[in-house]
Design a protein around this ligand. Structure first.
Ligand SMILES: [Mg+2]
Length: 133
């Protein structure tokens, strides 16, 4: 799979968490120039409009505009029935009591995947590869 042509946006209010995801993406072969970062959903949705990433990886708990609001915004902008670029969304969170229930709620909200933090690198690689395939 040609990973270096893929654009990925990472939205997380915690910089160390963003850095960890960015490094993992680089290890997977995504070009550094094609990885974008945002510290909240407001900045993230601006970048989505500007860069049209293939995949958006978003934290759920953030100030200003959280991951749920990002999901709602994306699904409102890019409806599958409309001739617009499709954008995959991987949600991640470290504050989930019931991962099974969260996955269901996120799927209903339009997410393509969910990772509970901290996650194993192998799991991250597997999920991201499948979403960018
Ligand atoms: Mg957060």
């Amino acid at each position: 799979m040609n990973m270096n042509a893929k654009k990925v946006l990472v939205i997380d209010d915690e910089k160390p968490a963003r850095t960890m995801v960015v490094r993992a993406l680089e290890r997977l072969g995504v070009d550094s120039a094609n990885i974008f970062q945002a510290e909240n959903g407001r900045v993230g949705t601006d970048l989505i409009q500007k860069e049209c990433p293939d995949l958006t990886i978003t934290d759920l708990t953030m100030p200003e505009m959280d991951g749920w609001e990002v999901l709602a915004w994306i699904r409102d902008q890019y409806k599958p029935s409309q001739p617009q670029p499709s954008i995959k969304v991987l949600a991640m969170s470290g504050y989930v009591e019931d991962p099974g229930g969260a996955t269901k709620r996120l799927t209903d909200a339009g997410a393509d995947g969910f990772l509970a933090k901290p996650f194993r690198l192998e799991t991250f690689f597997m999920v991201v590869k499948s979403l960018l395939a």
